[in-house]
Write a protein that binds this ligand. Structure first.
Ligand code: ATP
Length: 359
């Protein structure tokens, strides 16, 4: 059985209200000690406000919050940000440009007796030991990002909060820096909550992903959970590429040219979406003779499609194909086979798809 020491963060029903509108309606979330959790969601869904509630920059209008077992916000009290033991990296890093790297890192350690040692540790951890005397304005974007991280982890916080920490970096650097961040978090064991609208970022570095929409968490799970078993159509649509085939529900299942599929779980709905990841489809070339001779009762017959468009990426390719009922679907396949527009193909599924109710 777990007790509250297993959790660095426990939020129950947190709400943030601005001008009588809720930016965060009901944030209920447990983050285990040492875990890296990513809050993922579209712009304006309440991610930054959630982080600010946790840091103490916003006062919740309802709910309660515990950090490392200590109640820091609730009906009976509020602990200010500087006494929460929380480190934060902001989107723009908020560094002092004319101070050196070391001065920036030591800034938050003013009252610590061993500030020099704590700063040295943080600089070493983030690979900045050689750059301590350099003014921050003379650093690259990736190095500045590391200074912001060093400053946040130097006081050994109980919780590290990162708001879109990679958004100012170009794509190649972003991949490298997020891998470094993951290593640092693992080595220090600091519990981390990261906010991002980049699904690839969330899936590739987080232990768990919390998907947020309209001020609420919709699904919290491992990267595999949210990608392979999305709880709602919205999650399936936002995380990764998905073909969504909307169909009426008849006797608990839906019919498509690719087959009849049952609705997931015990759900009931008038309409549902068949969720098909492009990489879960396979195509095989067929000739016009094979199509003419095929038995219409054969399920393969129904799955004959025409290639409409091809995007070649090198490491893979995506075909857009038109199914027998005119539905367009995307198919992701290896880079070797060449299917040109107009080509006839048989489309098959690698495994039964998820069918989610439209609510
Ligand atoms: P983005 O990814 O674009 O940064 P987000 O998911 O972080 O978005 P928030 O910044 O938390 O979203 O904003 C959520 C909602 O609350 C938005 O509609 C925003 O306009 C509103 N909001 C945030 N802060 C305030 C404020 N101080 N006063 C009024 N409204 C606010």
């Amino acid at each position: 059985m777990s007790d509250s020491n297993d959790y660095a963060l426990r939020a129950v029903g947190l709400r943030a209200t601005f001008d009588r509108t809720d930016a965060v309606t009901d944030l209920s979330l447990d983050v285990r000690t040492g875990e890296l959790l990513a809050i993922l969601g579209p712009s304006g869904c309440g991610k930054t406000t959630s982080l600010r509630l946790i840091a103490g920059f916003e006062t919740p209008s309802a709910g309660s919050l515990e950090i490392a077992g200590q109640l820091v916000a609730g009906p009976n009290g509020f602990v200010p940000p500087d006494r929460r033991g929380v480190g934060m990296v902001f989107q723009d890093y908020a560094l002092f440009p004319h101070m050196t790297v070391r001065q920036n890192v030591e800034y938050g350690l003013r009252v610590a007796a061993d500030r020099r040692r704590l700063a040295d540790d943080a600089l070493a951890m983030t690979g900045l030991a050689q750059l301590g005397d350099r003014p921050v304005h003379a650093l690259s974007g990736g190095e500045q990002q590391r200074v912001a991280l060093a400053r946040a982890i130097a006081p050994r916080p109980r919780l590290l909060l990162l708001d879109e920490p990679f958004s100012n970096l170009d794509l190649a650097l972003r991949e490298q820096v997020r891998h470094e961040l993951q290593q640092i978090v693992r080595e220090t064991g600091i519990t981390t909550v990261l906010v991002t609208h980049d699904q690839e970022e969330a899936l590739s570095i987080a232990d768990r992903v919390a998907f947020m929409a309209r001020g609420r968490l919709v699904q919290v799970g491992t990267p595999e959970d949210v990608y392979l078993r999305p709880a709602t159509i919205e999650v399936a649509e936002f995380i990764g590429d998905a073909n969504l085939l909307y169909r009426p529900v008849d006797a608990g299942s839906v019919v498509t040219p690719l087959g009849r599929f049952p609705l997931a779980g015990a759900a009931t709905a008038a309409e549902a979406a068949v969720v098909i990841r492009p990489e879960d489809l396979e195509v095989h070339a067929v000739s016009t003779d094979q199509v003419r001779d095929a038995d219409p009762a054969d399920p393969l017959h129904a799955a004959i499609a025409t290639v409409v468009h091809r995007e070649y990426y090198g490491h893979d390719q995506v075909l857009q194909v038109r199914l027998a009922d005119d539905t367009l679907v995307r198919v992701r396949l290896g880079s070797r086979d060449k299917f040109t527009p107009g080509c006839l193909v048989a489309v098959t599924l690698r495994q039964p798809p998820l069918v989610l109710p439209r609510t």
